[in-house]
Design a protein around this ligand. Structure first.
Ligand SMILES: C[S@@+](CC[C@H](N)C(=O)[O-])C[C@H]1O[C@@H](n2cnc3c(N)ncnc32)[C@H](O)[C@@H]1O
Length: 403
């Protein structure tokens, strides 16, 4: 990654006709690339050339302070490529949980010019593909997925050993050219690879995105592991893809909107099984997803007609299946549980709670808090500690409405 950035910058500098502004910009990129590769001396040299080409001396002084604090790793590319070639990070038991069978997938080059994870054998829905201890956790107090400042990322990185810094910089940085990430490559690496509140995981970071993912990330707080579960059967040799977009952002948006988000945040043009389809296929998928968004938005307005709400929920889950979208059915099923439990239709409440439980078990694992909660509701939908409105009314039946 940084080698590519350095080569790009060198190519601009070598060009016969380059304007002063372009030269200054290229020198800055050269400096960032060398800094990203932890080559302090070479980075310093590029920084001095940048000042000579009109760069700010004050900015350079600040950067020099950082360079002085940086341990030298001229062998960083060698270390990173060793890691990538031997999968040392994948096989390292301190990162990957022994429950994760080592022969489930392999990390190798994919058709997008980077790395990806490929199934090595048939994987069934609900199988735990990976359980990985993060190399970097978000700072204390960080709850939801969200931006972490470059300064904070730097503070986290400073605690790492040189070998782990080398491992970190072997990851993709989609923000190398982003003016919002001016000072440090580490912030770019963070924003490219930190998912579902876990922070940075060396192996999980290699899974690419799809808008019809066959696997999903989930942070398991109890074991402090980033986990990946299969959402459907995955054939040997198939690339394992997760979603970088969360929940309704992915199943309730159009391909054009998702592509714009992904391009902005991760710098790639999505050509997944949905976005890469023919215009007719993309339009059909957009239509299905717009119906999902419409149903979700309309549910709160259907309180006076709970049978309509449950019919719409059943239709939403059917649409998700038609779309090949195998996550988040629990969001809809949970709403149906409420409707049925409020009207004391325990048989239907159990039906929908079972759907919710099965969905969560496959996506988050039997041992996740989320799944345990669904199981408790499935076993006793009348428990008001979990559903405060349960059993309030009667007289409406839902037994004829199923997916
Ligand atoms: C978390 S990393 C995934 C692993 C990455 N391919 C690598 O080589 O390390 C995210 C980056 O992978 C690439 N990527 C992820 N999903 C992609 C897709 N569906 N198509 C093309 N590139 C993708 C983009 O460059 C993105 O910024």
């Amino acid at each position: 990654m940084w080698m590519e950035a350095e080569a790009d910058a060198q190519a601009v500098l070598a060009a016969a006709r380059v304007t002063a502004v372009h030269k200054r910009k290229a020198l800055w990129r050269l400096y960032l690339a060398r800094k990203g590769r932890m080559q302090a001396d070479a980075a310093n040299e590029a920084l001095e050339q940048w000042v000579a080409a009109g760069g700010s001396s004050a900015e350079a002084a600040k950067e020099k302070g950082e360079l002085q604090g940086m341990e030298r790793h001229d062998d960083v590319d060698e270390v990173a490529s060793t890691l990538q070639n031997t999968h040392l990070d994948k096989d390292d038991p301190s990162f990957v949980h022994p429950d994760t069978a080592q022969d489930m997938f392999t990390i190798k080059d994919d058709v997008h010019g980077g790395k990806g994870a490929f199934a090595q054998k048939a994987l069934e829905r609900g199988i735990l593909i990976l359980a990985e201890k993060p190399l970097l956790r978000p700072p204390a107090g960080y709850k939801e997925e969200g931006p972490v400042s470059p300064q904070t990322v730097l503070t986290l990185v400073e605690r790492l050993s040189p070998t782990d810094v080398a491992r970190l910089v072997s990851l993709r940085n989609a923000r190398a050219d982003d003016a919002r990430y001016p000072h440090h490559c580490f912030a770019g690496i963070w924003s490219t690879n930190a998912f579902s509140g876990a922070g940075i995981c060396l192996v999980a970071s290699r899974f690419i995105h799809s808008c019809v993912p066959n696997a999903r990330y989930s942070w398991h707080a109890e074991s402090q592991r980033q986990r990946i579960f299969a959402l459907r059967s995955i054939a040997p040799g198939e690339e394992i893809c997760v979603s970088y977009l969360m929940g309704r952002n992915i199943y309730g948006s159009s391909s054009a909107t998702r592509c714009a988000w992904l391009s902005d945040d991760y710098r790639f043009e999505c050509a997944c099984a949905v976005c890469g389809g023919t215009p007719e296929e993309v339009a059909a998928s957009d239509h299905r997803r717009s119906m999902l968004a419409r149903i979700w938005r309309a549910l709160p307005t259907m309180q006076d007609d709970p049978r309509l709400a449950v019919r719409e929920i059943a239709s939403a889950i059917r649409i998700m299946r038609e779309e090949g979208f195998h996550m988040d059915a629990d969001d809809f099923a949970g709403e149906a549980v409420n409707c049925c439990a409020v009207f004391s239709d325990w048989e239907s409440a159990k039906y929908w709670a079972t759907l919710m439980y099965e969905s969560r078990k496959a996506e988050f694992g039997e041992d996740s808090g989320h799944t345990r909660k669904a199981k408790a509701i499935m076993e006793n939908p009348g428990d008001r500690r979990r559903l405060p409105m349960a059993g309030r009314y009667s007289g409406v039946k839902f037994t004829d409405i199923r997916v």
